[in-house]
Design a protein around this ligand. Structure first.
Ligand code: FAD
Ligand code: UDP
Length: 400
């Protein structure tokens, strides 16, 4: 009981409303058993409970809701993200409107600086970056574009994460900003990674120093965990935390399973382990009000063991005499955070995907279950699309 009480406090903070967190499943039978209380699981639980009046049991092996987006006050009372910085951005009006039912927003445009040659310069590379790093005076987009074109190395077919960058900015900038960071983050060279990874970062010839270009950029006003508490706060939803699916799968009867954990684990690693990259997070409180000028500073230097430092007060707008930081140390061991996009991993995933497609009564959704390097909004989009498919199936069943 003490453990569950702690879970409740940790999961929902001091919010007036809370999802019904239970120590063991209340019912023998549920319409849906949902594995994982992250964006994929919470979105589907909310839709199925509210739109289909379905009885839903959500289990998560962690002692909290919100998956990797989980945030909590640290020992100083500063809101931090337990699993590294999560910044919400989307171009989709539908996804933004959907989540807006469960949270108010704090407008926030993310800015990142990179520590390169003892200077802090904007990343994505823009005109300011070029002028600061190379002592230039490029004044127009055209001048910056001409400068980049003079350095870029043409690549016939862009296949890898090295090709993307070299063909846009040339080798020197690639080595300064991307090679070291990527080798640390992924444990492999950019030439061994799919182009999609570094293609996440654009190159700009203007002075726009925002990390994302999306139409909607905002942080949940009371944090992600509070937003998830509102999503899951429905009489049809039971929530069991600190519970591994494999410990209850035989005890709970459910018409349908929605699984958002790692797909290879679901099938007991039948075809071997799918590689996921992990991180170790070091959280620190400093006795100073501000540590760095922006929320995130990246460290591409291979001699620095971490990839980036996040200072949360920039994200949340919280005022406090102290400040809290997270250092990210990439690691092969630990929780699976990132699918590793490269052809052989994709081929192995395809074998698991075929198995998943041939498993009746189970739907696989989310970043780990579909082995896709998805942002939060993309996972919500995938979950809403999954709901629409379940909805159509239900309508045709009711009609027949
Ligand atoms: P998860 O959030 O991983 O949820 C899956 C849940 O399933 C977990 O809570 C896990 O405990 C549970 N689970 C797994 N197996 C079992 C089991 N056997 N039994 C019970 N429970 C189980 N996205 C952005 O849009 N913006 C960002 O700035 C951003 N920053 C990120 C930074 C980092 C360091 C990381 C790792 C990711 C970041 N993301 C960001 C991506 C974002 O975290 C994901 O897109 C999103 O959280 C995925 O949601 P999900 O529900 O698919 O998975
Ligand atoms: N990247 C880099 N240097 C940077 C920022 C990003 O090399 O300063 C590369 C790196 O491979 C990273 C990828 O671009 O993994 C995607 O960066 P993003 O910030 O989107 O990563 P995430 O926030 O998902 O960890």
């Amino acid at each position: 009981h003490a453990r569950m009480a702690a879970c409740v406090a940790q999961a929902v903070g001091s919010r007036p409303t809370a999802p019904s967190i239970i120590a063991s499943h209340k019912h023998d039978y549920y319409d849906y058993l949902i594995v994982g209380a992250g964006f994929a699981g919470a979105t589907l639980a909310e839709r199925l409970a509210s739109q289909h009046d379905a009885k839903v049991l959500v289990v998560d092996k962690r002692p909290h809701i919100a998956g990797n987006a989980y945030d909590r006050p640290d020992e100083a009372g500063i809101l931090i993200h337990q699993y590294g910085p999560h910044i919400f951005h989307t171009n989709s009006d539908e996804i933004f409107a959907y989540l807006s039912q469960f949270t108010a927003w704090r407008p926030y445009e993310h800015r990142v600086l990179a520590q390169v040659r003892d200077k802090l310069v904007p990343i994505p590379i823009n005109r300011t970056t070029l002028n600061a790093l190379f002592d230039l005076d490029l004044r127009t987009e055209e001048e910056a574009a001409d400068y980049l074109a003079s350095r870029a190395e043409p690549v016939d077919t862009i296949v890898t994460s090295e090709d993307v960058v070299i063909s846009a900015v040339g080798r020197e900038l690639y080595e300064l900003f991307f090679q070291g960071y990527t080798r640390k983050q992924w444990g492999i060279d950019p030439s061994d990674l799919d182009k999609a990874v570094t293609a996440r970062i654009p190159t700009r010839t203007n002075t726009d120093d925002r990390y994302f270009g999306d139409k909607h950029q905002a942080m949940p006003a009371d944090g992600f965990t509070a937003m998830f508490a509102n999503m899951l706060n429905h009489p049809n939803i039971d929530l069991m935390l600190g519970t591994d699916f494999k410990d209850i799968r035989k005890a709970v009867r459910a018409d349908h399973i929605i699984y958002t954990g790692p797909v290879d684990e679901y099938f007991d690693f039948r075809f071997g382990k799918l590689p996921y990259r992990s991180l170790r997070f070091e959280h620190k409180v400093l006795d100073t009000a501000q540590h760095q000028p922006v929320a995130v500073v990246n460290y591409p230097d291979p001699d620095v063991p971490y990839t980036r430092i996040t200072e949360y007060k920039h994200l949340t707008g919280q005022t406090h005499e102290k400040t809290s930081l997270t250092y990210e140390y990439p690691s092969a061991e630990g929780d699976p955070y990132y699918p590793i996009p490269r052809p052989e991993n994709q081929a192995l995933y395809k074998r698991y995907e075929a198995l998943a497609d041939a498993t009746p009564g189970v739907t696989f959704v989310g970043r780990l279950a579909t082995y896709r390097y998805y942002n939060m909004d993309q996972v919500v989009g995938q979950a809403l699309a999954t709901f629409r498919r379940l909805d159509e199936k239900r309508k045709s069943l009711l009609a027949s």
